[in-house]
Design a protein around this ligand. Structure first.
Ligand code: FES
Length: 90
């Protein structure tokens, strides 16, 4: 099963609005979940320039799902959900 792909925007707007709290999220995940996820930092995802999309910081899951106003708790919860949807063996 494919890993859950998580892209954390590290552009200026997102970083200033809280992405700095997301960069070590992988270390907070349990070891079994950590093996099911691929977390990367990205330059500006160009979402901060769009209207009506919500507030930064932004995180993108599996290339198409956007989370606005991302917090470590929200991101970790979504990772656990997506990893569970992929089956217990990832
Ligand atoms: S700085 Fe994050 S989307 Fe632009």
């Amino acid at each position: 099963m494919d890993k859950v792909k998580v892209e954390i925007c590290c552009g200026t707007s997102c970083y200033l609005l809280g992405a700095s709290e997301l960069v070590d999220i992988e270390l907070r995940l349990s070891p079994d979940i950590r093996g099911c996820v691929e977390i990367t930092g990205r330059p500006c995802l160009e979402l901060c320039e769009r209207e009506n999309i919500g507030q930064a910081p932004y995180v993108r899951f599996n290339g198409n799902e956007i989370m606005c106003a991302a917090t470590p708790e929200k991101v970790m919860a979504r990772i656990v959900e997506l990893a569970g949807e992929g089956g217990s063996s990832c």
